[in-house]
Design a protein around this ligand. Structure first.
Ligand code: PLP
Ligand code: MG
Ligand code: MG
Length: 609
C-alpha cells in the first residue's frame, strides 16, 4: 500500500513575476484554495498518510500549511536557489520508507491520476497524458515495454513521442536513491538538475521506469500567466465536473449510527482483492489498532483489540472476558445499552447487580459511589454516552472513584469514542468498547475493545466464556501471527483506515466542536418550532437529541420519516420505553448547513399536522 507522497515545492516560480515573488507557486489560489492545498487534500482522500514537502523559496507558507495538516512533514532544501527540482527531491528522499508518489507543487489535476498510479502493477511508473498543447510540454519517448527512454521539451530531440509528462510519479525508495546518486555524481557539470533528468538517466541505463499514459487526462501545471489563465478557465472547471461525476449520492443520516461518511471513506473500500492472512493486510490491521489506541492514550499505554462485529460484539467481548469467576459486577443501567450489558451478564452467569437510573436525569453519582464503597463489587460497567436519550454520563468521575476503591472499570463508549476526548489513563478506564461506524465515521463491521496495558494482562487466565469474542485470545493471536483469528471484514478495515486518517486531521476536539455546532442549530429550531425535549439541555451530549412527539393526533413518525427521507435525510424513532419520542442524531460527516436544511423540513412537516 502506498502511504507516502513527496511534493517538490522549492522552486522560485520566476516565470510568474510579481505573483510569486514573495510566495511559493503552490499558493496560487484557484477556486478559493491554494493549488498545493488542493493537492494535499486529494492525496489524503486517496489514503496517503504522510506528505513530505520539499521546501525552498518562502518556506514559511509551508510551515503554516503543516500546522493545518498534521500529516505534512517538511524537508528544506537550503540550496534551492542554486539547485533545481532534483535538489529538492533529494532532501525528501531520506524520509521515504518504501515507495511514494512524487508530485510537482504547481499542478492542478484530477485526483483519478493518483488512483491510476496506486493501481499500477509497476512499482516505478510515471503518469503521462496525450497532447495538451499547453506550452512548456515535457515529451516522453518510451521503449517497446512502455519504459522511459528519454525526455525533452524539444520534439526534435526525440525519435518518437509517446506522451507528455504530468509531474506525478510513483517511485520506490531504491529508485529514488539511484536518482540521488546520479545527481551527486553530476553535481559539477549539472548543478541545476531537474528530477526528470535523473529519471531518464536511470531508466535508460540500469533501472527501468515505466510510463503510464492516460490519453485524455485532465491536468495542467502553472509556470506562467498563460498557464494560469488556462488553469482557471478550462482545467479547473473540467476537474470539478469530473469529480462531481464521481460523487456518491448524498444521504444525510440523522440516526445514531451508522453515521454519514465522506466519499473518500466510501471509496477507500474499493481495493484490490487481498487474502487477510497476508502480512500486508496484517500490517494494516496493526496500524489501525495502534492508531485507535493513540486516540485514547499515550503511546504504549493502550492496546486496541479488533473483532469482526458490531458495537454489541465489543460490549459482549468485555462482559464475557473481563470478569473473573469470583468477580462481582455492578452495571449502571440508565437506558437500553446498560440494560443490554446486564442481559449479557445474565446469559454468561456472571454475578451482577444493576444500578438503575432513569434516562432523563443525570445519574445520582453520590448514590452510585455509595454502592461502590460498599466493597461488594470487583467490576463496574457503564455506558459513556447513553444513546437511548443522548445523555453523557460522568464517566471520568465515576471511573476515577472506582479506581480509588480497586474496582475495575468497563465502559461502553460505542457512541462516545471519537467525539468526546477520552484518555483512558487519566479517566481510569480499564476496558472500553466502540465500533467502526459511529463517530470515527467509518463503515459498519469492526468492533474495538480498548484495553489499558495492565488491565489486558490481568485477564489472561480468566475463564473463556466465549470463543469468538475472547479479548485475550484475540489479542494474543494477532500479536503472534500478524493475522486476525477469524476472517475480518476486509473492506471495512480499509474504510476505517481512511476514517482514522480523516479523524487525525479534524482532531477529536474539532469533531466535537462541529457536532456541537450542528446540535445548536437543531436545538434552536426544536425550541422555535415549540417541540419539547425530555432531557434538560444542560445534560445533552451534543451528539443526539430526544424530542417528544407533538401532541397533534395527525402526527405520525413514519410520515415525518418518509418526508425527510424523500429530501435526503434519515431519522430514527425514540427508544424510551415510557414516553413517545423520536431522536435526531448529529454525528457523522454532516455540516451545520445540512442540519439547518433538515430543520426547515421539520418545521414544514410540523405545520402540516
Ligand atoms: N452501545 C451503545 C451506547 C450504542 O449506542 C449502540 C448502538 O447504537 C450499541 C452499543 C450497539 O451497537 P451496534 O448496533 O453496532 O451493535
Ligand atoms: Mg513546466
Ligand atoms: Mg512547472
Amino acid at each position: 500500500m502506498i502511504t507516502q507522497a513527496v511534493i517538490m515545492a522549492g522552486g522560485l516560480g520566476s516565470r510568474l513575476g510579481a505573483r510569486t515573488k514573495e510566495m511559493p507557486k503552490g499558493f496560487l489560489e484557484i477556486g478559493g484554495m491554494p493549488i498545493v492545498e488542493q493537492s494535499v487534500r486529494k492525496l489524503i482522500a486517496c489514503g496517503i498518510e504522510d506528505i513530505i514537502i520539499g521546501t525552498g523559496h518562502c518556506k514559511e507558507y509551508y510551515e503554516e500549511l503543516a500546522k493545518k495538516y498534521p500529516c505534512i512533514k517538511l524537508a528544506h532544501n537550503k540550496d534551492y536557489a542554486d539547485t533545481s527540482s532534483m535538489g529538492t527531491l533529494a532532501v525528501c528522499v531520506p524520509l521515504v520508507k518504501e515507495s511514494a508518489l512524487i508530485l510537482e507543487s504547481d499542478l492542478l489535476y484530477d485526483s483519478i491520476g493518483l488512483n491510476v498510479l496506486i493501481n499500477e502493477m509497476r512499482k516505478d511508473v510515471i503518469l503521462s497524458s496525450g497532447k495538451t498543447g499547453s506550452g512548456d510540454e515535457v515529451y516522453l519517448q518510451v521503449d517497446g515495454d512502455c519504459n522511459l527512454v528519454k525526455h525533452s521539451k524539444k520534439k526534435e530531440d526525440l525519435e518518437s513521442i509517446y506522451s507528455e509528462l504530468v509531474g506525478i510519479t510513483k517511485l520506490t525508495r531504491s529508485t529514488l536513491d539511484l536518482m540521488v546518486k546520479y545527481m551527486n555524481d553530476h553535481k559539477a557539470d549539472q548543478p541545476k538538475m531537474e528530477y526528470e533528468v535523473a529519471m531518464s538517466a536511470i531508466s535508460s541505463s540500469c533501472h527501468k521506469i515505466g510510463v503510464r499514459k492516460v490519453e485524455y487526462y485532465t491536468w495542467c501545471e502553472i509556470d506562467d500567466e498563460n498557464h494560469l489563465k488556462r488553469a482557471v478557465e478550462q482545467i479547473y472547471p473540467h476537474i470539478l465536473e469530473n469529480e462531481s461525476i464521481r460523487g456518491i449520492r448524498r444521504e444525510v443520516l440523522l440516526n445514531p449510527g451508522p453515521a454519514t461518511t465522506t466519499d473518500s471513506v466510501k471509496y477507500a473500500q474499493v481495493q484490490a482483492d487481498i487474502c487477510p492472512r497476508e502480512n500486508e493486510f496484517g500490517d494494516i490491521m496493526g496500524w489501525i489498532s495502534k492508531e485507535l489506541s493513540l486516540f485514547v492514550g499515550a503511546p504504549g499505554r493502550v492496546e486496541t483489540v479488533l473483532f469482526g462485529g458490531s458495537g454489541t460484539a465489543g460490549d459482549e467481548a468485555m462482559i464475557s472476558s473481563c470478569v473473573p469467576q469470583d468477580g462481582k459486577l455492578l452495571i449502571v443501567d440508565n437506558g437500553a445499552y446498560g440494560k443490554r450489558m446486564a442481559k449479557m451478564a445474565k446469559i454468561y452467569g456472571i454475578d451482577y447487580d444493576t444500578f438503575v437510573s432513569d434516562g432523563i436525569h443525570r445519574i445520582d453519582v453520590e448514590a452510585l459511589k455509595k454502592a461502590i464503597v460498599d466493597g461488594k463489587y470487583t467490576h463496574m460497567a457503564i455506558v459513556y454516552h447513553e444513546t437511548t436519550t443522548g445523555i453523557l454520563n460522568p464517566v471520568p468521575e465515576i471511573c476515577r472513584f472506582c479506581h480509588e476503591h480497586n474496582v475495575v472499570t468497563i465502559v461502553d463508549a460505542v457512541s462516545a469514542f471519537a467525539a468526546v476526548p477520552i484518555d483512558m489513563d487519566r479517566d481510569c478506564i480499564d476496558f472500553m468498547s466502540s465500533t467502526s461506524n459511529k463517530n470515527i465515521q467509518g463503515m459498519a463491521g469492526l468492533a474495538f475493545v480498548f484495553c489499558r496495558k495492565e488491565a489486558l494482562e490481568s485477564i489472561k487466565d480468566y475463564p473463556m466464556r466465549n470463543y469468538y469474542l475472547n479479548i485475550y485470545d484475540q489479542h494474543h493471536y494477532f500479536i503472534k501471527n500478524n493475522q486476525m483469528r477469524f476472517t475480518p471484514p476486509v473492506q471495512t478495515a480499509y474504510a476505517l483506515r481512511q476514517a482514522i486518517l480523516e479523524t487525525k486531521i479534524e482532531t477529536i476536539e474539532g469533531r466535537y466542536a462541529r457536532y456541537t455546532a450542528c446540535w445548536k442549530v437543531l436545538v434552536e429550531a426544536v425550541k422555535r418550532i415549540g417541540l419539547k425535549m425530555p432531557v434538560p439541555e444542560s445534560e445533552h451530549s451534543h451528539l443526539i437529541v430526544t424530542i417528544m412527539d407533538p401532541e397533534s393526533p395527525k402526527y405520525n413518525f413514519n410520515d415525518l420519516h418518509d418526508f425527510a427521507r424523500e429530501h435526503g435525510f434519515t431519522i430514527y424513532p425514540g427508544k424510551l420505553s415510557d414516553a413517545p419520542t423520536f431522536r435526531i442524531a448529529n454525528i457523522g460527516d454532516i455540516r451545520p448547513e445540512e442540519m439547518r436544511e433538515f430543520t426547515v423540513l421539520l418545521e414544514q412537516y410540523m405545520k402540516t399536522i
